[in-house]
Ligand binder design. Structure first.
Ligand code: BGC
Length: 352
């Protein structure tokens, strides 16, 4: 009995030791798994459609500044910005380079907002989340992966606000603005790129708002000037020749184009009373200055600092895994910042 009990006890002892050992190993492993690894570096790679875009240059510098404010002794932050020079193919290559450089989050302002597939595939392959901004991809593309987001603003809102400002200005000074004295306002539109979510929607809503408020309108022409001041000046010069002394209102999809239109008139040295009224959207530095000195009758603030802050916060949350719950998303993936009106009365509030 005794002889037999010894090996049995030994075996039992051995099993217990093994059991304790494996339990503690599991526990140790579990501890290691549960403790999230703190990231020590946020390396954001930004690429945008064109380095000549005034609004985006201001947005990007605000993003850089705001993301860097998250840096501390334990967290290194760096931002690399690459221009896509107006080509989707170049932008795809830039994204490849940014990933190769070690970027762990991407901020992409698409050249062609209908063609993000290659970029999404690259990001997925390397598990790098993407925050698209300002040029909104179509919803189906954003659904391709759970690490895709969009930060921007609702075009409709900016169009309505631009229309409301124009209503107020026209009502307050109808006799001066209606130079032809026909009871109608002859207008032209300068539009951003065809296919951009902000172009047509801004125009339609501004015009509808004017009409819905009882302003009688006559559309003389509209021209596409691709968000660009020089192009807008050129298009406006053609329209001035085509409709001499007829244009009473210029609605532009952004400040740069509103200012380009104004440049065309200034080149002709006309007196202020012979000029139409001009409205832009964005509140860029030059746009705000122009409202300040009455060269633009109004603009709509496209909150670049708010958008940059949302992008920075989201980038940090995506990498650290912290703070995601505090971010308010629309449909789980979108962050839209509100627009606001900027007139001569409140422009100082927006100037830095
Ligand atoms: C801005 C424009 C800018 C364009 C670029 C728009 O939301 O209002 O100024 O050129 O985005 O995508």
């Amino acid at each position: 009995m005794k002889f037999r009990s010894f090996p049995a006890a030994g075996a039992l002892f051995g099993i217990s030791i093994l059991f304790i050992f494996s339990i503690s190993t599991c526990f140790l492993c579990a501890c290691q798994i549960q403790k999230p690894e703190e990231p020590d570096k946020i390396y954001a790679g930004v690429t945008y459609y064109n380095q000549s875009d005034t609004f985006l240059n201001e947005l990007n510098s605000s993003f850089k500044e705001q993301l860097k404010s998250f840096a501390n002794d334990d967290l290194e932050v760096s931002v690399t910005i690459r221009d896509a020079a107006g080509s989707q193919r170049i932008q795809n290559d830039r994204v490849r380079e940014l990933i190769d450089m070690g970027c762990n989050v991407l901020c992409v302002n698409l050249v062609d907002r209908a063609d993000p597939s290659e970029i999404i595939d690259l990001a997925k392959e390397h598990d790098v989340p993407i925050i698209f901004f300002n040029r909104e991809p179509v919803a189906e593309d954003l659904m391709q992966w759970d690490k895709l987001y969009y930060v921007g603003a609702e075009a409709k809102e900016s169009g309505i606000i631009q229309g409301e400002m124009a209503v107020d200005v026209i009502r307050a000074d109808f006799n001066r603005i209606d130079r032809s004295k026909d009871g109608k306002i002859q207008y032209v539109v300068l539009e951003g790129e065809a296919g951009h979510q902000d172009s047509i929607v801004r125009t339609e809503n501004a015009v509808d708002t004017l009409k819905n408020n009882g302003i009688k309108l006559e559309k003389l022409s509209y021209q596409i000037a691709n968000w660009n001041r020089a192009q807008a000046q050129n298009r406006m010069e053609q329209m001035i020749v085509q409709y001499p002394n007829k244009i009473e209102l210029v609605l532009a999809n952004n400040d740069d184009m509103a200012l380009g239109a104004r440049d065309a008139y200034e080149k002709r040295n006309l007196t202020e009373s012979a000029l139409p009224v001009f409205f832009g959207i964005d509140g860029t530095d030059v746009g705000l200055e122009a409202v300040m000195d009455s060269r633009l009758s109004g603009t709509v603030y496209n909150d670049k600092e708010g958008q940059a802050a949302a992008m920075a916060k989201l980038a940090v949350a995506l990498i650290s895994g912290k703070g995601m719950k505090e971010i308010k998303f629309t449909n789980d993936k979108y962050i839209y910042l509100p627009y606001s009106r900027v007139s001569e009365e409140n422009v100082k509030k927006f100037l830095k």
